[in-house]
Ligand binder design. Structure first.
Ligand code: 13P
Length: 255
């Protein structure tokens, strides 16, 4: 990554793991291991774990994120949580457009954009996920897919608001499979996403955007991935649930 231009951020995506009490315990384990980190450290946890996460991270350098939010501030949307609710709790980040939301819960580029808008309006920082399916990579349309996802997600987002967008490139075939993209593959797509953003906002604004890689990133491969010029951090699933592994990735981002 290029530290002169942008900040490295390592974020854990806990997905549907950990109860509230387990959240407190895991954060208490992570806290001392990452206390001297100079990169950003974020844990994105299930809604019901947010309060415990906020309490456990108080006074530390770890920030808290949610894993999704609805596009309306309030209303008759049984089971949903709004961005303003998260903001009032003290949550700073929200993951939007994760491929598991797209795959299993009918998320589309358009609803991703609506959620991005709502999150920005509420004052949150967005971790926007994009990434191609295996068949799309095999068809040679990876750049087209991530370009379309990025452009639609950022529709109506101002250059000022872009400062509260982190993009996470997560090839769907690399998520939870143990099959990581090579460092070159990750860098190539991250650079392509940056050039899409440059086309929308100009090169200077694009150079300031943190673009993470996610998909089977762990303590073993983090160094190589994070040494790439356009890989500015990671969105970590499985390895973020093990304090020592998550801390090792944070250390790799600081090297
Ligand atoms: P894994 O690190 O478990 O592959 O998950 C990546 C991911 O989906 C993070 O959002």
């Amino acid at each position: 990554m290029n530290r002169a231009l942008r900040k490295a951020v390592i974020a854990g995506n806990w997905k549907m793991n950990k109860t509230p009490s387990e959240t407190t315990a895991l954060i208490n384990e992570i806290k001392p291991l990452v206390a001297s980190a100079s990169c950003g450290v974020v844990v994105c946890v299930p809604y019901v774990d947010l309060q415990n996460a906020l309490e456990a991270t108080k006074g530390s350098n770890i920030e808290v994120g949610a894993e999704n939010c609805h596009w309306k501030e309030n209303g008759a949307y049984t089971g949903e949580i709004s961005a303003v609710m998260l903001k009032e709790m003290g949550v700073k980040y929200v993951i939007i457009g994760h491929s598991e939301r797209r795959q299993y819960f009918g998320e589309t580029d358009v609803t991703v954009n609506m959620r991005v808008r709502a999150a920005l309006d509420a004052g949150l920082t967005v971790i926007l996920c994009v990434g191609e399916l295996l068949e799309e990579r095999e068809q040679g349309i990876t750049f087209e897919v991530v370009s379309k996802q990025t452009k639609i997600a950022l529709s109506g987002v101002s250059e000022e608001e872009l400062k509260r967008i982190i993009v996470a490139y997560e090839p769907v075939w690399a998520i939870g499979t143990g099959r990581t993209a090579t460092a070159e593959q990750a860098n190539e797509v991250n650079a392509a996403i940056r050039s899409v953003i440059a086309g929308l906002y100009g090169a200077e604004a694009a150079d300031g955007v943190t673009i993470q890689y996610g998909g089977s990133m762990n303590d073993q491969n983090a160094d190589e991935l994070l040494s790439q010029p356009d890989v500015d951090g990671g969105l970590i699933g499985g390895a973020s649930l093990v304090a020592s592994k998550f801390a090792a990735i944070v250390k790799a981002a600081d090297r």
